[in-house]
Design a protein around this ligand. Structure first.
Ligand code: UGY
Ligand code: MN
Length: 261
């Protein structure tokens, strides 16, 4: 086993962690992440974040793709998949499209189309990857390939607030063929949710920038850039942004489907 952040040897401080595993949420701080060997990834350091083991209906990953690093097939056979470039650049390809993605770039590939990525840039790229079993819906054409870059999407005011804003990465709001979406949420320092949310949808959440105080269930805790959170269904959740930078995270959310009985 080795550490995802590459740090080895003793630390100056006593051992401690902000990571917590609770029945309805999980926080993983970067320092505790370890490398997982996952078939298909070549010349990449990969760590599994959320997974069905913690109750998630999806799996998500943080990947450092070194120069020449690649994966020859993520998703397919009923599994929809998504990749977001946290930093660096990779080339992605599925049966429909091929694209060079830079920071903020992303690809969504539907359940019948595995995608590949390759880092041809010569420098490390950091990637957030997501996989989930697709739930088809009769009367729709299913989901389709989406390639984009968050830097080309306009922010929308979030729930009537102007200092909290969001972006939708996939067209799920207008297309019931999609059973999940990815969003970016940004809070200016001092901004917050309007209320503490409690909802059936799960989230996998990766913090891209800034810091804040986050309410998970009945506990407020500091969460910052590099942290990961899994929120189980109905976990109460809200945050305040603190510090000088905008507080920004990317998160997944299932949608457009009734409850299975
Ligand atoms: O869309 C959401 O459910 C989002 N507002 N949740 C969150 O930020 N914790
Ligand atoms: Mn939520």
């Amino acid at each position: 086993m080795s550490y995802f952040n590459g740090q080895t040897g003793y630390r100056k401080s006593a051992l401690s962690t902000r990571s917590v595993i609770k029945p309805n949420y999980v926080v993983l701080e970067p320092d505790g992440l370890v490398k997982n060997v996952i078939p298909g990834y070549e010349n990449c350091d990969t760590t599994i974040l959320g997974s069905p083991v913690m109750g998630a209906t999806f799996a998500d990953y943080l990947v450092t793709a070194h120069a020449g690093g690649k994966n020859t097939g993520i998703g397919g056979k009923g599994i929809e998949s998504f990749l977001y470039v946290v930093s660096g650049a990779v080339t992605v390809k599925n049966a429909d499209e091929e694209a060079d993605l830079t920071e903020g770039g992303y690809v969504f590939s539907p359940e019948d189309k595995p995608f590949t990525f390759e880092n041809k840039s010569g420098e490390d790229a950091v990637l957030y990857v997501y996989r989930r079993r697709y739930i088809p819906l009769e009367g729709t054409k299913g989901a389709h390939t989406v390639i984009g870059n968050v830097n080309e999407i306009e922010y929308m005011d979030y729930e009537g607030m102007t200092n909290a804003q969001s972006k939708d990465l996939l067209p799920a709001a207008h297309d019931l063929g999609f059973d999940m979406n990815m969003h970016i949420l940004k809070f200016e320092p001092g901004a917050s949710h309007g209320y503490a949310e409690t909802h059936i949808q799960q989230h996998g959440m990766y913090f891209l920038q800034g810091r804040g105080m986050y309410l998970l269930d009945d506990t407020w805790m500091p969460l910052e850039k590099g942290d990961y959170v899994f929120m189980q269904s109905y976990c109460p959740q809200a945050c305040y942004a603190v510090g000088r930078e905008d507080y920004v995270y990317i998160y997944s959310k299932d949608c457009n489907r009734d409850v299975e009985l």
